[in-house]
Design a protein around this ligand. Sequence first.
Ligand code: COA
Ligand code: ADP
Length: 580
Amino acid sequence: MTSQGGNSLLQDGQVFSLQNALIYCNPTEVKMSQMVLPCHANHQGELSMGQLLKWIDTTACLSAEKHAGCSCVTASMDDIHIEHTISVGHVVNIKAKVNRAFNSSMEVGIQVSCENLFQGKEWNVCKAFATFVASKQGTEKIRLKPFEPYTQEEQVEYSIAAERRRMRLAHAETIKALLLKSAVQEECNQSETVNVVPAEKTRVESVELVLPPHANHQGYTFGGQIMAWMENVATIAASRLCNSYATLRTIDMFHFRGPSQVGDRLVLKAIVNSAFKNSMEVGVCAHAYREGSEDSLRHLNSAFMTFIVLDKEGQPITLPQIKPEPGDGVRRYNEANARKKLRLDRKYIISCKQTEVPLSVPWDPCNQVYLSYNNVSALKMLAAKRNWVLDSEKNKVKLSTLEDGQFLSFKIEMEVPLEASTIFLILSDLTRRTEWDPHYQKCEVIQKVNDDDTIYHLITPSVKEGSKFQDFVLLASRRKPCAAGDPFVIAFRSVTLPTHLATSEYTRGEVQCAGFSILQQEDSQTKVTYYNQASPEVLPYITTDIAGLSSGYYTTFESCLKYIERNKNNITLFMQEHKL
Ligand code: COA
Ligand code: ADP
């Protein structure tokens, strides 16, 4: 403990006291600030995105290594949406911190902002998530120490990082399924009247020799350097489409498949796969080889980038269409069109703030992974909120509320003397909720999407006497804990299905975010919490309870408890049903 004048630099873990105010500092946080110089910019005086990717990767890698205590490599980078260009003279501020450590990998969250020193203004440029893997020592995989979240924001990121990881690891399969579907379309329909450019005109091939400044101290090429080289060839391909400088807007999620080292030759190839009205998709692949080696080319990485071309007023111009080469060209053209839909779904469902997402997102097999992510992460975010207020308690069943902007949410907590995994199985079957919840009249499975996700059709009595019954189409997403200390989760949200549109028989209701968190406690008790971001359909039920005029919540959850008790010795049935 040291003291310097009025500022006591009292260190307690990572909590510092400065002028009697406690300041927390994330132990993995790394900051980088760079003045954008002409050598970092293109001919228009804008920071090259390749340079930005190098800075992002370096900052993130240093953060990962701070946690791991050993050298780390970039395994993957999630989608990056670049909102603004950055000019020479601006300062780029990058902040990176570990959100969660898994086994040998970590998710690092990166925030990039741009600062105008002369106007004293700062604005966000992009947010990114990268996964780093601790380099093996010999053949031994490193087992990382867990990252302990401290602030509420860190707890939310920690909890949702598990969901992002799940989505990342499913990414290759999701894309494969999507491309199989897109392969059915063989023709590429093009109007004859508009400007058409042969894709061949945009083809680029370039080679780079990996030198020591491009690699870490162990001689492995920095991921950011490879990204920068890939961005360079992609920009050339994009700019060839209409002989005008193209601006990078998004980079799709990608994975570094294998390492490269000093002395490797990297072959980078790019071509415009398809052009839409104002944007185009450029595909790039990177392969490595060693001179004099018999080994064939090693595929390091493939990436898909979206570019636009801006006019003098900074507005995106209408692009010419692409005429793909027969064979691979037509296949890539169709795949690019399919990826565009997926990209929009991803941006819409994932990047939007929860409150900006319309209640019922249309469900289809291609966006299933993202809806499932959105479903579970919305519940985790609601659960992580700190300003819950206890309104009522009866026999240890607690009712709390949270007022957050325009939303009123409530949660009901109870302790159950059973294993969390048993309760999870029993509560997983929504069709049997009619056995304990009087608000559930009928509940049927519409579609069992996979082991974790099921879509249900639910019918409930109306809130107003004499009115029509209500119906809901609900996506239920189940999750087992990713690590000790995580809860089991069953999340519900409304989705729209073309086969189950609203009918005149029922009033269609919508659920934005609801579900159970089931957390094993140390004393063989399990804390079961039901959350609901109250929609008009449930508000009347719960507000009388909140006002202390009734205790309907208690009666319902007592009935839930009895249902769990009745079924606790019957779980093999639930296991068969849910393949758990
Ligand atoms: N996105 C995020 N993480 C991924 C991933 C992906 N697409 N694929 C694998 N991982 C994670 C796994 O989940 C696992 O994490 P965990 O240990 O915390 O559970 C970890 O990577 C190791 O996975 P494993 O299956 O043991 O190894 P692998 O054979 O899949 O290798 C890499 C993964 C990343 C180590 C390997 O692909 C590699 O060396 N890539 C090149 C990395 C590099 O050099 N980057 C710099 C630029 S070339
Ligand atoms: P595929 O070749 O199956 O389309 P890859 O992962 O090999 O997939 O390539 C990714 C992207 O890289 C392609 O969509 C394409 O845009 C670009 N690409 C691949 N090969 C070439 C090439 N020979 N010339 C130019 N660009 C290429």
